[in-house]
Design a protein around this ligand. Structure first.
Ligand code: NDP
Length: 445
């Protein structure tokens, strides 16, 4: 049995109940065959065995009191996966679907993503099965305070710097930061995605969506094309989706779809982003309200339609994992889609991403395409260390430079390993090489 097959079999045996984690491990390790199976140094140092096992996994209970006075108990997680190239860095997700397997899949992916940014950040991820939907302001605040009441003893600005993810936006980061500061009596950059008056970075809110579009823009530039006149399908209507739509529209594209977990909007003449922002960022409402305002838009329940059902040039999945399956991939190709780039983490199933690649269209995996968010978190950490704030234009220009570099890094790496145009392999190998070298340099730890 080859080295990679041995590791996959071992991970399957030990983590049979964690399908998303296994999916992420298989995708990455398949790409690494060409690197690790030709050089016995990796096996000798048990490099893959160490890479797939988190350095530390923290599980904790989060007791809090709801508005009716009832005590609620949720589960909290922080997986500190790999610190070879910098402090653990990765978001916190609050969603009822959160479990250890999902946090491990996200933390594992984060190692390679953070490496690709070129910044000194290790990989980690955390969260809770708490559902912020329908909770009052007071309940969200008390939950965040309870969550940090345990997490604070495991993180510092030098060891582990969490950020937001699904269900954790500026409001939650504020409550988490406030509690950390109170418990430690320290004002330090221990979280990113902070408010602008208390250590946050300009352009962090926009960064993941903007970065996603910058990476595709660079690919288009290389082939002598641009976003101008392109039809784009976007899924999701949260942080990543909204700012991907904003940048794509600014570059001349027409975005025709957005979704939430209840349904999909198709607006052939182009999504009105101001309406989306009002519904999602101000009222925290549902997407169906869009169709009440724009009568020429079509709304379908999630069980009846998806963002991938319509003719578009570019598809940007920006909601959640496994939201674009093999049937969706076939529909996209049949309808003439020419590029798929992941704003969310692992939104495309493994068979769908292979089908897209085999169909000959570029497929950009999330660990490269959505790295702009964590990259800008890295820039927020730099600003906190300097005790300075950079202008929006400065941060945005650095973000653009990072995404352009990521595109060329994964493109060049894929070519170097005889896999030209395979951006999954390019991203996995480029991300891995830097982390692996650091692990080898630092000995058996
Ligand atoms: P938000 O919570 O702001 O938005 C998530 C969006 O996806 C919402 O529209 C939500 O709909 C929808 N959604 C969530 N879960 C599901 C589900 N199970 N089925 C269908 N739709 C769903 O999250 P973000 O925009 O921050 O994150 C989106 C994705 O991008 C995630 O995969 C995240 O890990 C990834 N990502 C985020 C980064 C960031 O900087 N925020 C950085 C890198 C990656 P509803 O409102 O109905 O729940």
């Amino acid at each position: 049995m080859s080295y990679v097959d041995k590791i996959i079999a071992d991970v399957e045996k030990k983590n049979a109940e964690q399908p998303e984690f296994l999916q992420a491990i298989k995708e990455v390790l398949e790409s690494l065959r060409v690197v690790v199976e030709g050089d016995s140094a990796y096996e000798k140092a048990a490099l893959l065995e160490r890479l797939v096992e988190p350095e530390r996994t923290i599980l904790f209970r989060v007791p809090w009191v709801d508005d009716s006075g009832k005590v609620q108990v949720n589960r909290g997680y922080r997986v500190q996966y790999n610190s070879a190239i910098g402090p653990y860095k990765g978001g916190l997700r609050f969603h009822p679907s959160v479990n250890l397997g999902i946090i491990k899949f996200l933390g594992f992916e984060q190692i390679f993503k953070n490496s690709l940014t070129g910044l000194p950040m290790g990989g980690g991820k955390g969260g809770s099965d708490f559902d912020p939907k329908g909770k009052s302001e007071g309940e969200v605040m008390r939950f965040c305070q309870a969550f940090m009441t345990e997490l604070f003893r495991h993180i510092t600005e030098h060891t582990d710097v969490p950020a937001g993810d699904i269900g954790v936006g500026g409001r939650e980061i504020g409550y988490l930061f406030g509690q950390y500061k109170k418990l430690k009596n320290e004002f330090v950059g221990v979280l990113t995605g902070k408010g602008l008056t208390w250590g946050g970075s300009l352009a962090r809110t926009e960064a993941t969506g903007y970065g996603l579009v910058y990476l595709v823009e660079e690919y288009l530039k290389v082939i002598g094309d641009s976003f101008k006149g392109k039809k784009v399908a976007v899924s999701g209507s949260g942080n990543v989706a909204i700012f991907a739509v904003q940048k794509a529209q600014a570059l001349g594209a027409t975005v025709v779809t957005m979704t939430d977990s209840s349904g999909v909007i198709y607006h052939e003449s182009g999504i009105d982003l101001d309406t989306i922002k009002e519904i999602k960022l101000v009222k925290r409402g549902r997407l169906i309200e869009y169709a009440n305002i724009h009568k020429d838009a079509v709304y379908k329940e999630a069980s009846e339609g998806k963002a991938w059902d319509f003719p578009v040039d570019i598809a940007l999945p920006c909601a959640t994992q496994n939201e674009l399956n093999i049937e969706d991939a076939k529909t996209l190709i049949k309808n003439g889609c020419k590029i798929v780039s992941e704003g969310a983490n692992m939104p495309t199933t493994l068979d769908a991403s292979l089908y897209l690649q085999e169909s000959g269209i570029p497929f950009f995996p999330g660990k490269a395409a959505n790295a702009g968010g964590v990259a800008t978190s890295g820039l927020e950490m730099s600003q906190n260390s300097e005790r300075l704030s950079w202008t929006f234009e400065e941060v945005d220009a650095k973000l653009n430079g990072i995404m352009v570099n990521i595109f060329h890094n994964i493109d060049d790496t894929a070519k170097e390993y005889g896999k030209a145009g395979d951006y999954i392999a390019g991203a996995n190998i480029a991300g891995f090489n830097k982390v692996a070298q650091a692990m080898l340099d630092q000995g058996i730890i």
